[in-house]
Design a protein around this ligand. Sequence first.
Ligand SMILES: CC(C)(COP(=O)(O)OP(=O)(O)OC[C@H]1O[C@@H](n2cnc3c(N)ncnc32)[C@H](O)[C@@H]1OP(=O)(O)O)[C@@H](O)C(=O)NCCC(=O)NCCSC(=O)CC(=O)O
Length: 786
Amino acid sequence: MAATAHHAGVLHESQQTQRPNGPAAVLAIGTANPVNCLRQDEYPDWYFRITNSDHLTTLKNKMKRICEKSGIEKRHFHSTDETIAGHPEFLDRAAPSLDARLRITESAVPELAAASAARAIAEWGRPATDITHLVLATNSIAHAPGADHRVAALLSLRPDVQRTLLCFHGCYGGCSALRVARDLAETSRGARVLVASAEVVTSLSFRAPDEASPEALVAAALFGDGAGAAVVGADPEGSAERAVFYLVAASQATLPGTERALSMRLGSCGYDVGISAEIPALLRGAIEECLVETLAPLGLADTCGHWNGLFWAVHPGGRAILDSCETALALETGNLAASRHVLSEYGNMFGATIFFVLDEIRRRRRQDGGQKEGDMVDCEWGVMVGIGPGITVEMMVLRAASDHDQSSAPPCAAIGTANPANCVPQDEYADWYFRVTNSDHLAKPKAKMKKICETLIDLTVASFISCFNGYNSGIKKRYFHHTADTLRDHPELVDRALPSLDARQAVLAWAVPELAAAAAANALAEWGRPASDVTHLVLATYSGAHMPGADLRLASLLGLRRSAQRTMLYLGGCAAGSAALRVARDVAENNPGARVLVACADLSLVLFRAPGEDDPATLVMQALFGRRHRGRRRRRAPALRDRVGLADGGTRQRERRRWAPRRGRPRVLPLEEDAGFGASPRRGMPAGRGLAARPWRRRRGRLEMFWAVHPGGPAILDGVEAGLALEPEKLAASRRVLREYGNMSGASMIFVLDELRREELDGRSGVMLGLGPGITVETMVLRSAR
Ligand SMILES: CC(C)(COP(=O)(O)OP(=O)(O)OC[C@H]1O[C@@H](n2cnc3c(N)ncnc32)[C@H](O)[C@@H]1OP(=O)(O)O)[C@@H](O)C(=O)NCCC(=O)NCCSC(=O)CC(=O)O
């Protein structure tokens, strides 16, 4: 009893010392755009000329009408005339162009983000190495390690900067990033969060006009490229730091029945964008209710209806979007002046746009006399509004200056896992894989694959030694979504010469959220409270590239409340499960009463490919990765889910706490950026090597700690074990998970935690260690509940 009370006291104390005294605030803002700039009144002529479409006069005239009414004067673009001339496939819908487009954005996104961030850091006035966290939102990449990794390198951020990458949130991504930054800043004393959003979406969506889809002209007329950044932190330091806006409270609402109104899907020809003409009307009908739901719980109900008493930072998605907000809220002319100005100067830059709007409001507040005529930016309270696929309305209440008290309580967690009945034993995998890919004639690769599988079954030397002690991490079996039938129905998944992204996307779009939902349903059942009690959802996945994303579908499948705040972490690789738990911890600790549902869902279909004559990397990848998956009918859904919630006085009795996540921190191992994972399970040692230098190596008592290490492969576990001089039983849970399921990417970590809770941990502390591209080592200190 005494020990329990002591532990609870330590936990509470450590939480108190970790939290800052005041609320998070924006401390500096920076923006950047590509140099290439086109005037909107010249755009139709340019666009139809460069796409060799001048003969489409009806379309061109329509484009002229849209541009005239857009409220846009000019826009910046990353791609130039030369870029387009160098990529004729961008204009030809029959030619796959995604690879070329992504090659452009891969470098352009981090460079643009870094340019805006450098300006924010310069204004902030402290060295970049004082940045403790980086949150980057973008819709313009699909690779790992992601643009966050590159931004950190370009800005020379310190190697233990904690990176969070948000993808496919659409135009509200900038607001989501500020929300995540706020939670980070308010849960870690001294945290200085660099939050950025960079978009070069036009390089992914640019294509020739098509008579069959005149609606595509709207996107072509609205979108521009740019990046915005801010430094967010609590307790500004004396005269060295100055708050610009306090980030008071965040909310997110999804408008029912609008899932198809706004969509973007990354396919072999880049982004397909769908913008319904109904969006302005839909917003007009819903925006006021969203605002009331956001403000009333804060005790700001008296501001409701008096909308002209607030300043407004509304995402300028289009002129009609701003018109509809103005009408719905009866705003005086000029109240959206900052948003209209940004729309006019830059167009719609997706998530980056909101930083430009905040910057513009700040500029207007500073002007002599405080404001322009009719401009309400001088009000003390304000609202930031992001709008994106879903239709999702993400809001943040802003205040010019305020003290903001937070109450805190320890978080709690529950864990559960599930797997499909469909399973391939590892010793049959080589035969199965070559059969379903019609590759039995590739005798040499097949022999090599058998050898790789045997190595993975028979264990590495260190694992072999561990095996004598009963800690065997060879892979016995794995679970897959794709079956022989799937591959027969989709020959492009097998034929390496055929573009296959669209086919994969079609499957992933429904399978990922269904998988996550099945898992989450089990977690909710264990929790014992209704799904509508969940306040936040964090979904980590790298499967599927479309908006609205799997998070929205998941929320709808589970019947989460409309105001549940969704955060989708994308492309985190194998560290994604750990990163999702880190974000969940910050959310839970920073929002009294929050109940965060964390889900991790990936399908190895995203990586599946047929063997080549000389492509050993593919063989290793196929031999190592497995997934939880869901069949349409008979098969049980595979899944893993985890829920982290904040236990408050009223619910502590009813909710069982599993883990208390205490500190989260990712770290990049220097010089390992290209090491990747799966290149060779035998060569997967850098993680272990780099880890040997971590402080806990010298920490006394580390042997008493428990360890939850991502089971990336037998050699990864061997490397960690050797690097930290751990006794073999320390990684037994990770080895068991690897043996039973293979490498399930980010989801593996939750399986490991689930395994660990079967052990007698009784209040002990431990370390969760996720490993992902970068190489990123994501750690969190845990304490097991009794
Ligand atoms: C496109 C507009 C500037 C056009 O201005 P008006 O509506 O005042 O003018 P208008 O009605 O005469 O329309 C001009 C022409 O455009 C056509 N038109 C208008 N909206 C359309 C749409 N969504 N799809 C297809 N066509 C459309 C009209 O039919 C008309 O064609 P014709 O002249 O032949 O009759 C405006 O509607 C606008 O700002 N819409 C909001 C765009 C939007 O939803 N943005 C969100 C982007 S996504 C985002 O921000 C978030 C995210 O993606 O995450």
